[in-house]
Ligand binder design. Structure first.
Ligand SMILES: Cc1cc2nc3c(=O)[nH]c(=O)nc-3n(C[C@H](O)[C@H](O)[C@H](O)COP(=O)(O)OP(=O)(O)OC[C@H]3O[C@@H](n4cnc5c(N)ncnc54)[C@H](O)[C@@H]3O)c2cc1C
Length: 284
């Protein structure tokens, strides 16, 4: 049985784990590591200090299925709808950039519930606080180093973090690549994010709040505020000529995947995970 490490417990990592379990169960032992304290990645859901308050999705807010994806990913949507994890969005949202024929969905239990669903379906061994710092080729396997010290060996590694974070890994990788009340989430514009990217959140939060109160002067004082900076937000241009994934090395297998190889949404991650499955089926 091959030991497969999936790095990242976001949507792509959880989909990969679930697909491997469903399609290659007898051939793989799946392990998932994430450096964060919980799953979700850019689909994380924040819980306020008061447990009776509402949760807030800090990254992805809703899911939009184009007619083509609604058809080709029909089984994925059906599964989530029948599990009560997706609900059609009935309200009209001003400025929604998707065309009118897309079906929009919201997640009553938060975006993270989708990731948790696939992780639980996968039965994978899941470890949080495991920050991968380096990947070293050792014969037919990969030695994966942890920030906390020590390393473990795997037959195959699937990296699902944003590409800039993949490129920060040490070792051999780069050699082969070139409340009771409602919650309110305020998103800044891309130019604002770029302008303030290197500043501390503590410095930027008052600027955002000032603008917010100009727009909504009667907004009550919040009971708690969390300022989230997404250094790696959404992919503007996907990696060229690598639809779904990039096989960095055939043996021992090393595959890069995620929205950088498709597009930044639910269907992009499904596309990526399906293409990873194809590689693993052919390889293992
Ligand atoms: C602000 C924002 C709004 C968005 N809005 C929408 C939307 O409305 N609808 C939509 O469909 N999509 C939206 N997206 C895009 C969507 O969130 C992403 O496409 C999707 O979550 C990407 O999932 P992923 O698993 O590929 O990557 P990620 O979610 O980034 O997961 C990667 C994981 O890897 C972990 N990791 C990173 N480095 C390491 C390391 N060295 N060792 C171990 N673990 C590591 C991270 O902690 C993370 O959990 C939005 C994104 C953002 C940021």
């Amino acid at each position: 049985m091959s030991r497969v490490l999936i790095v990242g417990a976001g949507l792509t990592g959880s989909l990969c784990a679930c697909l491997l379990q469903r399609e290659l169960q007898s051939k793989v032992h799946i392990v998932v590591w994430d450096k964060a304290r919980g799953s979700g990645g850019r689909m994380s859901t924040s819980r306020p200090p008061d447990p009776s308050s509402h949760t807030a999705d800090l990254g992805a807010q809703y899911i939009s299925a184009t007619p083509a994806y609604a058809k080709s990913h029909h089984s994925w949507y059906s599964e989530l709808l029948s599990a009560g994890l997706l609900q059609p969005l009935s309200a009209r949202i001003e400025g929604l950039r998707h065309s009118d024929d897309s079906q929009n969905y919201v997640t009553p239990l938060g975006m993270c519930s989708l990731v948790k669903h696939y992780l639980s379906e996968s039965g994978a061994e899941l470890f949080f606080g495991r920050h991968v710092t380096g990947l070293y080729r050792r014969g037919a396997s990969w030695e994966v180093q942890k920030k906390a010290g020590g390393s473990e060996t795997f037959d195959a590694v699937i990296l699902t973090m944003p590409v800039p974070q993949i490129l920060q890994l040490e070792g051999d990788v780069t050699q082969y690549i070139a409340g009771l009340g409602p919650s309110l989430v305020v998103h800044t514009s891309v130019p604002f994010g770029l302008k303030h990217l290197e500043r501390d959140k503590e410095e930027v939060q008052p600027i955002i709040l000032e603008e917010l109160y100009k727009l909504l002067p009667d907004l009550p004082q919040p009971t708690s505020i969390k300022c989230q900076k997404w250094r790696y937000s959404q992919v503007q241009t996907s990696v060229a000529d690598c639809p779904g994934h990039m096989t960095v090395l055939d043996g021992p297998l090393l595959v890069c995947s995620g929205d950088a190889f498709s597009h930044s949404n639910f269907d992009g991650c499904v596309e990526s995970a399906l293409s990873v499955l194809g590689v693993l089926k052919a390889s293992l």
